[in-house]
Write a protein that binds this ligand. Structure first.
Ligand SMILES: [Fe+2]
Length: 526
């Protein structure tokens, strides 16, 4: 090797090094220019809708936020695409960051951000927050990874919410729920309401939403409630919907007012997308061709298995629908359609998924997060005939029978339906044969009341109780939620109430406490 060669090689290396440095610097410059170009100049705090986590599994969870400097001006995020930095820490002060990344918030998802955090150790608490350039960080939310599948778990506390009409009351119940310190919150639907009635304490943003932007506005309005934001930041949620996320009493592609299916499918798709954009949901729930996969199962150690159902998207049309009102009604046995064996509440695929899971579950408690009442509610028409309400499981007797048969056959331990929709507390024994009150109980049903939505008429429903001996408790005069404590031997539920949803400082209380003993379906006063 000659000196000349050495020297020319050195030059070559030097030049290569300089080139590399230049290209790195160039990339840095380009990146920072790109970032500067997208740097949002928000007029106000962009995390006005709060943060949320959901769907905890053994190695992670979903975290969510949506940029909305002005929640009621969809164009308040000036840029098409905004990089959002997310951080997950193992301490509440966000000092020990264990995961960090950047996700692009895009206008086509209303600048919502969903991050599936993975690869963390099981059974641990975590904290998270979001940042964008030139703004304060978001609130800090708390999440956790699920205990290892099948690992012994002694206790699990969860709360069950449903039905939060924004106009009908303040969401103070959520502040009491946070004080109760549940590890998980289940929401069983009517997270938003599309329509208005009653005497409002505050107003919706407009008439019934139909378009995507109108549903986005409605979700944004609900999300501005500070108590709701605190409950989302408190712990992970599991969510499903009922009808009002789209339209009262709708059934798959049938609207209450007989809208043409082509128009209603568009409306439903808009409502589904806005729902996805505002909930801490996984990629599997991204709406596709006007459908959205929402039902899912979560397992916590060896103690609790929770199947969240979608009772709206796949159901058969209401039996003997009236031409005047295509929603729920009370029909008699003269409606032959009601008893047809092909009628479905869940759709074939979801029903197979649900009942197939019964035999496989090893958990001590098997919770079914269910939109509308599962138990038979015997009632009489004004002519004194046996009546069937068509909008809940009473309107799907053959589908209900199939689920009960599968429960009885599988011998899955301790099935507990937790249910929303009816704006009242119910504690029910689910009977193997609904016609025979002394037939064995196969499950227990705990029906939460509503966060705010007005209760069903008390006297009218209380009058049904003598004809429904499987109903252990009923109360429709109070708003609130269920607080459930699972241990290896019992599951207790406190029927938590707030005194007056029209008073934002309302005191709280309890309408009763019930316990289910493992191995013995049916709740007793605790
Ligand atoms: Fe409701």
């Amino acid at each position: 090797m000659t000196d000349a060669f050495r020297s020319s090689r050195r030059d070559l290396l030097r030049r290569a090094g300089a080139l590399a440095a230049l290209s790195i610097a160039g990339a840095t410059v380009r990146a920072s220019q790109g970032f500067a170009a997208a740097r949002p100049k928000f007029g106000s705090y962009p995390f006005s809708l709060g943060v949320a986590s959901g769907d905890p599994v053994g190695d992670g969870f979903v975290i969510w936020t949506r940029l909305a400097p002005d929640p009621f001006d969809r164009l308040s995020v000036g840029e098409e695409i905004v990089p959002v930095i997310w951080e997950v820490a193992s301490d509440a002060r966000m000092q020990k960051i264990v995961r960090r990344g950047t996700k692009l918030a895009t206008r086509d998802l209303a600048h919502a951000v969903h991050v599936e955090v993975r690869g963390l150790p099981p059974g641990r608490p975590y904290w998270y927050r979001f940042r964008v350039a030139g703004s304060d960080a978001s609130a800090i939310g708390q999440a956790w990874t699920a205990p290892e599948l099948g690992a012994p778990l002694d206790r699990f506390r969860f709360a069950v919410a449903s039905c939060q009409h924004f106009e009908q009351g303040y969401f103070t119940a959520y502040d009491y729920m946070v004080k109760d310190a549940p590890q998980l919150i289940l929401h069983l639907g009517d997270y938003i309401y599309e329509s208005s009635w009653g005497d409002p304490v505050r107003r919706h943003d407009g008439p019934e939403p139909v378009t995507l932007d109108e549903y986005r506005d409605r979700h944004a309005l609900y999300k501005t409630d500070a108590a709701l934001q605190r409950a989302h930041a408190h712990c992970p949620w599991l969510v499903t919907w009922d009808d009002h996320e789209v339209d009262n009493d709708y059934q798959a592609l049938e609207s209450e007012d007989w809208q043409a299916p082509a128009a209603f499918v568009k409306r439903r798709a808009a409502a589904f997308q806005a729902y996805y954009e505002h909930m801490p949901l996984r990629r599997i729930a991204v709406p596709r061709v006007e459908e959205m996969r929402l039902y899912q199962r979560s397992v916590f150690g060896d103690l609790v298995n929770i199947a969240m159902l979608d009772n709206r998207q796949y159901r058969s049309p209401a039996a003997c629908r009236s031409k005047e009102d295509g929603g729920g009604q009370v029909v008699t046995a003269a409606c032959k359609e009601l008893f047809e064996s092909g009628r479905t509440m869940l759709g074939d695929e979801q029903e197979r998924w649900l009942t197939g899971g019964f035999a496989r579950s090893k958990a001590i408690w098997n919770v079914i997060g269910n939109g509308e009442m599962f138990s038979r509610l015997h009632q009489k028409t004004s002519q004194g005939e046996e009546g069937w309400w068509t909008d809940d499981w009473n309107g799907f007797p053959s589908a209900r029978e199939r689920v009960i048969t599968a429960l009885a056959r599988s011998k899955m331990p301790n099935p507990v339906f937790v249910t929303g929709d009816i704006h009242s507390f119910w504690v029910n024994d689910v009977k193997e044969d609904f016609r025979n009150p002394s037939s064995p109980s196969v499950a227990t049903e705990l029906v939460g009341t509503s966060i705010t939505s007005a209760g069903v008429p008390y006297d009218q429903f209380a009058a049904l109780l003598p004809g429904n001996p499987h109903v252990k408790f009923f109360e429709s005069r109070k708003r609130g939620y269920l607080l459930c404590d699972a241990s290896r031997k019992t599951m207790t539920t406190d029927l938590r109430i707030v005194e007056n949803v029209r008073d934002p400082k309302t005191p709280d209380g309890s309408a009763g406490r019930f316990a289910i003993e493992a191995g013995r379906p049916g709740a007793v006063v605790a």
